[in-house]
Design a protein around this ligand. Structure first.
Ligand SMILES: [Zn+2]
Length: 430
């Protein structure tokens, strides 16, 4: 039946994103059996597992109806921002140990994600010449949420203790429904110690069965967060967010079939995933394989690009199925250093010593207790964001600057009385 439907779909002359989405649909039904020992993304298996009991025809009909209302949108030059909430699931480890990752590690991972989605990755010069012209700036940014669904301040990170995780099913049935933030407004990212260490991560495609349900979001192994070693450079998340925004694997939903791939025209057909770091060129379906694409399985240091076709699919999803994410951006993640304080109040806010070596003392007027502190580097990148718990609220705060590099920084201070202040300080080690 699947073969029949494939031929039926292939005979239609759909536009690129529609064909990619249809490919995603079939992808749902094709559980790929992978070598359990090989590190891999678990997306194919998860999608197949959940649909075992469903009527395939019914799902196809629903999906086709959804696709008919989806038009390709690239809105060139507009950077869309997606609010992210990171749910760290640990077993009681202290912050910085095991899966209970530090905020610094999370920020490092977000930087990698933003670099790759905005074609700022330093290794793009390694893309072979035949593919370099296809490499795309996807123009999608990700920010840690600043506001909870209830409107409270947050640093965009939640921490929950669950003991050891015995199965993927426990994540899907317990952890997700108990911790998820509104999936129409936030991209939920769960960081866990995987029960099977060969599983690096998984995410659901935005299809009717999964979109905006308690399953919707990305799950990532804590061992794959940020820069870990020479071959693990934070790109498992780049790959999984590709799925979250509608991209299938390059080989489609079945391996060893050159007639079926991701249906995106500028990613060449490929028979199977690549692992490790292959030498260029490689051929499996008669044309040179684009194994350096983020949607393959090569080591992180050997993947460098999304294509223009993949960009079109992801931006169509952002402008249709996942549009509510970007409408939430203004309230959920303001990233600019804007302030609203009066000059008189500004005079009363002190930071010292400046330049500073270790602790920077921040002092606000009496009765204007500090709610949050944000530190930016000179290029406007967020280095640190701390929410002060109500019980610790005070008009004096000591900021440890040891993790920052020497140079000019901008500090944004928000108080519980609603003012915000921006101050410059210089970090100077010696
Ligand atoms: Zn994958």
């Amino acid at each position: 039946m699947i073969l029949y439907n494939l031929n039926h779909i292939a005979s239609k002359n759909w536009d690129l994103p529609t064909r990619a989405l249809i490919a995603s649909l079939f992808f749902l039904f094709g559980a790929v059996i992978l070598n359990a020992q090989a590190p891999h993304c678990h997306t194919d298996e998860m999608l197949g597992n959940h649909l075992d009991q469903k009527s395939i025809k019914e799902e196809i009909a629903l999906y086709e109806e959804q696709l008919s209302n989806t038009s390709p949108t690239r809105d060139e030059g507009i950077v869309h921002t997606i609010p992210v909430v990171v749910h760290i699931i640990h077993a009681g480890e202290s912050i910085g140990n095991g899966p209970n990752l530090s905020q610094t590690k999370i920020l490092e991972q977000l930087d990698i994600l933003n670099d790759d989605f905005n074609q700022l990755n330093a290794d793009q010069n390694l893309i072979p010449a035949e593919f370099a012209g296809l490499a795309a700036n996807v123009e999608i940014e990700f920010c840690l949420a600043r506001t909870t669904p209830d409107g409270n301040a947050t640093n965009g990170i939640t921490r929950s203790e669950y003991g050891s995780i015995s199965s993927i099913n426990f994540i899907e049935s317990n952890i997700k429904p108990q911790t998820q933030w509104d999936p129409t407004r936030y991209m939920n990212l769960w960081i866990v110690r995987m029960p099977d260490p060969s599983i690096l991560g998984y995410a659901y495609l935005p299809s009717p069965t999964f979109l905006h349900t308690h399953l919707d979001g990305v799950v990532l192994s804590h061992l794959k967060v940020g820069n870990q070693n020479s071959t693990t450079r934070g790109r498992t998340l780049v790959h999984e967010v590709g799925h979250y925004l509608g991209l299938p694997h390059l080989w489609g939903f079945t391996e060893n079939d050159c007639d079926e791939d991701d249906f995106i025209s500028d990613t060449p057909a490929v028979r199977t995933p690549y692992y490790g770091c292959p030498s260029y060129p490689q051929f499996t379906c008669g044309t040179s394989d684009m194994f350096m694409n983020y949607m393959d399985y090569v080591d992180d240091n050997c993947m460098h690009m999304f294509t223009e076709g993949q960009k079109t699919v992801m931006r169509s999803i952002i402008n249709n199925q996942r549009k509510s994410l970007i409408s939430n951006t203004d309230t959920a993640c303001s990233t600019t250093v804007s302030t609203n304080n009066s000059p008189e109040l500004n005079e009363l806010v002190k930071i010292y010593p400046n330049p500073c070596q270790d602790d920077l003392t921040i002092s606000t007027p009496d009765n204007h207790t500090i709610q949050s502190i944000t530190v930016y580097d000179s290029s406007g990148r967020v280095l640190d964001f701390q929410v002060i718990p109500h019980k610790d609220s005070s008009s004096t705060y000591y900021l440890d600057t040891n993790a920052y590099q020497d140079g000019m920084h901008v500090l944004k201070i928000e108080t519980r009385t609603g003012e915000s202040y921006a101050k410059r300080f210089v970090k100077l080690t010696n």
